[in-house]
Ligand binder design. Structure first.
Ligand SMILES: NC(=O)c1ccc[n+]([C@@H]2O[C@H](COP(=O)([O-])OP(=O)(O)OC[C@H]3O[C@@H](n4cnc5c(N)ncnc54)[C@H](O)[C@@H]3O)[C@@H](O)[C@H]2O)c1
Length: 269
């Protein structure tokens, strides 16, 4: 595309306006003390974003310092952000409820305990913000997925399938994000009744193919295939910054809120 001088100036002014909008919408006004539970790839990325937004991380818990995971330490913080492993997440959430601090849950693969955690959050009058994916782009993609499924519902010639690709250290499959996408699709596409973690064997099964390779932060594709063409939409994370940024925004959102919160509340979707 070739822009004239005037057009270029308008184009630049527009870009500045967009930058300003993003800055104002995501502007941080309060400085918080954040307890980081889990100091792996995500914990370290979250620490950087939190500091860049003026927050402190006085409590950092990982597998090697369980002695620091005390109610007294948690109570020094305004909020906890938890990115660990599925088998430790539940106990970590309960500890935060007992300490009376809001918790942002990033760990995936624990959802079979969802009812128990929601019940405990209510019992302790706590705050629990959870998301299978904290990326703003992915949460917009969740909405696009539902809209596309709604459009495709009357067109019986197309078969839907999903694929997700992640790094080799990922413990759960399919990814939490793929499950959220599958649930959204099944809600809007009556032909599909359940998802399976392999190619679909019958018309009512939504196949999710999981691939583990290299250091991929996360790719999710939704495909509609017919005899004559196919439609594919993909979200591809370039790095972990988007997840970390969303988790810090979620922590900021928790202040003064009670109950179960999701990205729909934060992004007003
Ligand atoms: N919701 C999202 O947007 C999102 C994005 C990326 C990753 N994730 C999920 O977050 C989790 C962590 O991802 P990661 O890439 O940081 O993994 P990672 O393996 O790099 O880090 C996990 C960390 O948790 C620590 N840990 C294990 N047990 C612990 C315990 N009992 N107490 C404290 N720390 C403990 C490990 O020592 C490790 O440092 C995974 O479940 C992953 O699927 C979610």
């Amino acid at each position: 595309m070739c822009l004239s001088k005037n057009n270029r100036a308008t184009h630049l002014a527009l870009l500045h306006l967009i930058d300003y909008y993003i800055f104002v919408v995501y502007l941080n006004e309060t400085s918080m003390n954040i307890a980081l539970i889990g100091y792996g790839k995500m914990g370290k990325e979250i620490e950087k974003i939190a500091h860049s937004r003026g927050h402190k991380t006085p409590v950092i818990i990982d597998i090697n310092n369980p002695e620091d995971f005390t109610k007294e330490n948690l109570r020094k913080c305004d909020v906890a952000i938890e990115f660990t492993i599925p088998s430790s997440a539940i106990t970590n959430y309960l500890n935060c409820f007992e300490a009376g601090i809001p918790v942002v849950s990033g760990t995936t693969g624990w959802l079979e305990h969802k009812d128990e955690i929601f019940g405990k959050c209510k019992e302790y009058a706590g705050t629990f913000f959870y998301a299978s994916n904290f990326s703003v782009g992915v949460n917009l993609f969740f909405e696009l997925n539902k809209k596309l499924a709604e459009l495709m519902a009357p067109h019986k010639d197309y078969n839907a399938e999903m694929k997700e690709v992640h790094h080799t250290q990922k413990l759960d499959a399919p990814s939490g994000t793929a499950i959220t996408l599958a649930e959204g699709l099944i809600e809007k596409l009556p032909k599909k009744e359940k998802w399976v973690n392999h190619a679909g064997q019958s018309a009512n099964e939504l196949g999710i193919i999981s691939e583990r390779t290299g250091n991929v932060p996360g790719i999710h594709s939704i495909k509609y295939d017919s005899e004559v063409d196919f439609i594919e939409v993909t979200h591809s994370a370039k790095n972990r910054v988007g997840f970390a940024f969303g988790a810090v925004l979620a922590a900021e959102f928790c202040l003064g809120e009670k109950g179960i919160l999701t990205m729909k509340d934060l992004l007003k979707l």
